[in-house]
Ligand binder design. Structure first.
Ligand code: ATP
Ligand code: MG
Length: 398
């Protein structure tokens, strides 16, 4: 069961939302609906399945419906149509009291320009959500301190907001979300007001918290590199519709359409894509007892200067390099295993291209991608690596 399950979630802003809905169901676009009826289709038929412990990113241009989606998850905005289930329970039909209960126990929201209360201390600000939940004063303070510790502000509990930097204030906002112990954190561009260095720190902090606390996080951002760094999966919205959902590398390697391709064109591919996305199967490998003549003929034919030699379990024994094989044959070598060298680079399936690039500089054979047992899984030739880093189509021959 998904932690959050969303089906057909739709929001029409305007005086006659049902009219907008009707037109949407007839297949009209946002622009057409607006022109015909004056109704604004902000979010259209969104489906999401967000798993427990996942950090799920929602991206899209300004106006694509991100904030409206996230605010419908806790019914800060009432959906025009569709359902939201948390832990299998639909929240659509809950009365005000039950909804309040769900918001307190399960959902907590961190806004971009959330306001700290200027006349309350950092500790009181962090404890704010707890006060709303009716938690007693001592426990409030204890949990606020715990949350502030988590974000590195344990020693500023009694300070006032104006005494903190912008980044610290944002961390208080995060602590406020954490202190409630809600399972799900909804974060609407929480870091966008921060300068780049502090923003980077906050991203690291969030990633760390996420792996320790295992909250489910729905995180909105404009910033593609932020999305790639943080998101387990990313969903891209356009005109209120989901155009693609996948991991960062999946989206970059295989964008669903031109909109997504344009969106991801600026990303630093070398820090997102991994060996797995660019490798291909080795065209040929040889065994320990193969004949050097056969190996040399093949290298010759392929105009290649080296090939991997594997044991029976596909573990790498070494590389047969053309010049050394030729020389070995002249000295009477009978099997290829006598002629191997260990001059090759080995990477795991999740090695980033940026790391592969520095490896590629040092070897003449394609980089070997091996699995946990050291078995050859695929290879990354240099041409393929360079093409992938510069966003060219990778030719099958590379
Ligand atoms: N209360 C509202 N009344 C009318 N239209 C609204 C309202 N809130 C949002 N909209 C419209 O709905 C669309 C989606 O807005 P939303 O705020 O969800 O976008 P967003 O993706 O969060 O944008 P941004 O990146 O700028 O925050 C926009 O066209 C916006 O103008
Ligand atoms: Mg927004």
């Amino acid at each position: 069961m998904s932690k959050l399950r969303v089906r057909d979630l739709t929001k029409v802003f305007g005086s006659h939302p049902q009219r907008g809905l009707e037109l949407m169901r007839q297949g009209l676009s946002r622009t057409e609906i607006l022109r015909r009826s004056g109704q604004l289709l902000a979010v259209a038929e969104v489906d999401l399945d967000i798993e427990e412990g996942e950090l799920f990113v929602v991206m899209g241009l300004s106006g694509s419906g991100k904030s409206t989606v996230i605010r419908m998850l806790n019914r800060l905005i009432e959906p025009t149509a569709g359902t939201v289930e948390i832990d299998g329970e639909a929240i659509d039909a809950l009365d005000a009291a039950a909804l309040r209960e769900v918001r307190q126990r399960k959902l907590s929201m961190v806004f971009q320009h959330f306001a700290l209360f200027p006349h309350r201390t950092v500790g009181e600000n962090a404890a704010y959500g707890l006060k709303v939940q009716g938690v007693g004063e001592d426990e409030r303070r204890e949990r606020a301190i715990e949350a502030l510790d988590t974000v590195g502000l344990g020693d500023r509990v009694d300070a006032y907001p104006h005494e903190l930097s912008g980044g610290m204030q944002q961390r208080v906002g995060l602590a406020r979300g954490l202190a409630t112990k809600a399972d799900i954190l909804l974060m609407d561009e929480p870091f966008s007001a921060l300068d780049p260095l502090i923003r980077r720190d906050m991203q690291d902090l969030l990633a760390e918290l996420q792996s320790d606390l295992n909250r489910t996080i729905v995180f909105i951002t404009h910033d593609l590199n932020e999305a790639m760094r943080l998101g387990d999966r990313i969903c891209v919205l356009k005109d209120g519709r989901v155009v693609q959902t996948g991991t960062g590398p999946e989206i970059i390697a295989d964008p669903a359409n031109q909109y997504v391709a344009d969106f991801v064109s600026d990303v630093d591919r070398s820090r997102v894509l991994t060996a797995e996305q660019v490798m291909r199967p080795a065209r040929r490998t040889f065994g320990a007892d193969d004949n050097p003549r056969e190996v040399l003929d093949w290298l010759d034919e392929q105009e290649s200067n080296g090939v991997y030699v594997l044991d029976r379990d596909r573990r790498i024994l070494g590389v047969a390099r053309d010049d050394l094989v030729a020389q070995g044959m002249r000295s009477g070598a009978k099997t290829i295993k006598e002629l191997l060298i260990q001059d090759y680079a080995r990477a795991a399936h999740d090695t980033l291209l940026s790391d592969l690039a520095s490896m590629a500089a040092t070897t003449t054979v394609p980089i070997a991608v091996t699995d946990d047992e050291g078995r050859l899984y695929g290879v990354v030739p240099r041409a393929r690596l360079l093409a992938a880093m510069s966003n060219e189509e990778v030719s099958v021959d590379a």
